[in-house]
Design a protein. Structure first.
Length: 306
């Protein structure tokens, strides 16, 4: 029997592991991990086991929730801005613009969307492991609402909000020991009607990444690919490897897959050789670097105080 705490740690740690595993293959062709024949290697400017902006932002969300005793959106936004000013190695173009365009926390993303008319990237999915764990005890409605609100800090397109809400709910179901795949129909019923059909398509049992209409840096194929990886494999490592081997936005697709697979299979299913070199720099916050134990502690605190 996998405990709820083990699943919660699995979600947070699994997301970071997927992120670091996929980072060297970002924007590369399909099959890169298998072709290279080695795992948790460096490359593309990343050291072996180094987590990217995906995990860095997830840590900032989690620490804000703990230090503020709940969701204080202005505080999360300020932490994001401080991190962005610290010149992280990687930051999404959309996220960078929102955090540096001078707009207030509650308008910056909307201003970006108004000008660019495109903001359905996967950047709010990538950082959702910590908030999903924290809000899981609050139930479906409150957890999905929190996912939407955190997503809206940097993404003005409601599709990103709904995708993050779905991920929150699937993690909540998995932490309860139930099957997140079986919960998809009920989860989709809680998605805004304007977005239900499109997400229903990419999350359906017959969908596969070859059917994606967009690059997997968009919210729909990213989430769909993570669910596909979970559905078509039978363990944590297999699921995350499948996600990385899709190519494209490998770190984020693998991070979202790792969140789901970690919640489903627990921290014990994550290979030790993947967690040993794991480290999460936090630009803008001094010389802080979290290792796997630091992420475990963060996940445990989010679980007990959420």
């Amino acid at each position: 029997m996998i405990s709820r705490l083990d699943r919660a740690v699995g979600a947070v740690l699994g997301s970071a592991v997927g992120d670091a595993l996929g980072a060297p293959y970002e924007f590369g062709p399909a099959g890169g991990l298998t072709a290279r024949g080695a795992e948790m290697r460096g490359g593309g400017g990343w050291d072996p086991g180094e987590a990217t902006d995906d995990t860095q932002m997830a840590v900032l969300v989690g620490e804000s929730l703990l230090e503020c005793g709940g969701l204080e959106l202005p505080d999360v936004f300020r932490r994001f801005q401080r991190w962005a000013a610290g010149q992280p190695k990687d930051i999404g173009l959309q996220t960078e613009d929102v955090l540096t365009n001078g707009g207030p926390w509650d308008l910056a993303a909307a201003l970006h969307f108004q000008v660019n008319a495109r903001a359905a990237g996967n950047g709010s999915l990538m950082r959702a492991s910590t908030s999903a764990v924290y809000f899981a005890p609050a139930g479906r409605e409150r957890s999905m609402d929190a996912g939407r609100r955190i997503a809206a800090l940097t993404h003005g397109d409601a599709a990103a909000w709904e995708g993050t809400a779905i991920l929150h709910e699937l993690v909540r179901v998995a932490l309860d020991g139930a099957d997140p795949l079986a919960a998809l129909p009920e989860t989709l019923a809680s998605v805004h009607p304007d977005h239900r059909e499109r997400f229903g398509g990419v999350l359906g049992p017959d969908w596969h990444p070859g059917l994606a209409a967009e690059f997997n840096g968009a919210v729909w194929p990213c989430l769909g690919s993570a669910v596909w990886a979970l559905r078509t494999t039978s363990g944590f490592a297999e699921a995350v490897r499948a996600a990385v081997d899709l190519g494209g936005d490998t770190d984020t697709v693998a991070a979202v897959t790792g969140t789901l697979a970690g919640a489903r299979y627990g921290q014990g299913a994550i290979p030790a050789e993947w967690t040993a070199p794991l480290h999460v720099p936090l630009p803008g916050f001094g010389d802080r670097v979290l290792d796997a134990d630091g992420l475990r502690t963060l996940a445990q605190r989010l679980t007990t105080t959420g």
